[in-house]
Design a protein around this ligand. Structure first.
Ligand SMILES: Nc1ncnc2c1ncn2[C@@H]1O[C@H](COP(=O)(O)OP(=O)(O)OP(=O)(O)O)[C@@H](O)[C@H]1O
Length: 257
């Protein structure tokens, strides 16, 4: 029987900045269709790990493989092929401020695919419809958008190449609870429809409970808990006790599993 290649395979990753260790021997596997929520205290290295997953940062030791290939494969053709298979929504620099909504969403299509403009237009409009934006909103500039719209445009851009993997850094940060809930529902609906895999960093318990099928907790430079939300909540560690204390007092989480 052949084993399915994991979407993300983080192997023995160690990260040091100027001699200070942030990660020591991180090992995590994300299988196809999973939505992994990464949690951890401030400065525990969550965003750094996401940057290593997408190849923006090289770990000091160990490696990250996406779809069976090292994200930093020496062959540029392999790197480009892997790059086309994931989309990302990072908290900072979510949109290019000098580009319209349309051009933001078209950006990865122009950068990583050779397509004619008529096809790009159709694809951009399709992605806009997916995130409930009207075609006439395509000419708006990022500064003219509400916080919720910025998130939806950034999501449309992350989905432009029909990725198999979506990488989300604090997807609901800065949204009020209603907008946050709508955005979580939109991601959940799109995931059911498009069947992509997700890795996300979040501080928000509602986002975690609403989306994550698995959770990994980073503390003391390591993964201290990994499993379903219920399993991770049950781990007796100072970080998990503190982080989940709010959830324990509310109704059972409606995890996206
Ligand atoms: N490029 C860098 N150079 C030096 N130190 C860095 C760099 N990037 C991150 N760090 C340090 O690594 C540690 C982890 O940072 P990171 O942003 O990954 O944490 P985080 O868990 O995402 O935190 P938060 O929840 O506050 O966003 C921090 O101490 C940070 O100062």
């Amino acid at each position: 029987m052949t084993r399915r290649v994991p979407v993300i395979d983080i192997r023995g990753v160690c990260t040091r900045f100027a001699g200070v260790s942030v990660h020591e021997d991180i090992n995590l596997v994300v299988e196809r269709g999973e939505m992994l929520g990464l949690v951890g205290g401030s400065g525990s290295g969550k965003t750094t790990l996401l940057r290593e997953v997408v190849g923006l940062l090289k770990p000091s030791a160990g490696e990250v493989r996406l779809f069976g290939h090292p994200i930093l494969d020496p062959d540029p053709d392999v790197r480009r092929e892997v790059r086309r298979r994931f989309g990302m929504l990072f908290q900072h620099g979510a949109l290019f401020s000098a580009l319209s909504v349309f051009d933001n969403i078209a950006f990865p299509l122009r950068e990583l695919r050779r397509l004619d403009e008529a096809l790009i237009r159709d694809l951009v409009w399709m992605k806009m419809a997916m995130v409930e934006l009207q075609p006439e909103q395509g000419h708006l500039m990022p500064a003219e958008l509400s916080g919720g719209m910025v998130k939806r445009v950034a999501l449309a851009r992350a989905l432009a190449l029909e990725p198999e993997l979506l990488v989300l850094d604090e997807p609901t940060a800065g949204l009020d609870p209603d907008l946050s809930e709508n955005f979580v529902e939109l991601i959940r609906m799109l995931q059911r429809e498009l069947d992509f895999t997700v890795i996300m960093v979040t501080h928000d318990l509602a986002t975690l409970a609403g989306l994550a099928t698995r959770v990994a907790a980073l503390a003391e430079r390591r993964v201290v808990a990994h499993g379903t939300l219920e399993e991770v909540m049950a781990v007796d560690h100072p970080f998990t006790r503190n982080f989940f204390s709010g959830l324990r007092h509310t109704a059972a989480p409606g995890a996206g599993a």
